[in-house]
Design a protein around this ligand. Structure first.
Ligand code: FES
Length: 161
């Protein structure tokens, strides 16, 4: 008997694929951005008229270390297709070690996501300084591309965002 799975790409998780996306679908991204670095970088990207998806929803937080696990999960359950956390470069955190905490937290949440069948690539952490507007725009665009490949978030209860 012929193996019907031959030549088919194996899925690593139960997450949806881009093939399930409605035609007019665009990934919705919630971004938790540190006030001192990434938010300023995002602001500069806007002033510099750099292009990135309009489906990006920036939320200013005082430090990437203040982004609670509950914020991330709530965003994903309420309609975000991906969550981006932007913080100061390691060693530059205004609260000394907040970004180290964020890094550990993100690693844990990614494991939880894998456990519930949600592709961990839907959560992205990036260090973006206040002067790195180009890096900010590129990070959002690259993340947007990744989410397009993954398709709509299958865990989103409804699109509240
Ligand atoms: S103040 Fe920016 S990551 Fe802590």
């Amino acid at each position: 008997m012929a193996d019907s799975s031959k030549g088919k790409k194996k899925k690593t998780t139960d997450d949806a694929t881009g093939g399930d996306a409605p035609k007019d679908w665009n990934p919705r991204i919630v971004g938790f951005l540190c006030n001192w670095c990434s938010y300023t970088g995002a602001d500069l990207a806007g002033v510099s008229r750099l292009q990135y998806t309009p489906e990006f929803i920036p939320i200013r937080v005082m430090c990437s270390g203040s982004v609670d696990v509950a914020y991330i999960l709530k965003a994903l359950l309420e309609g975000a297709d991906g969550v981006l956390i932007g913080g100061c470069h390691l060693g530059d955190c205004h609260y000394l070690n907040g970004n180290y905490k964020a890094r550990r937290r993100v690693a844990v949440v990614k494991e939880v996501m894998e456990g519930v069948g949600l592709d961990p690539r839907r959560l992205h952490l990036e260090w973006i300084s206040a002067s790195e507007s180009g890096k900010f725009a590129k990070t959002v665009s690259t993340f947007d591309e990744t989410l397009r490949q993954l398709g709509p978030n299958p865990l989103a209860k409804e699109r509240l965002l």
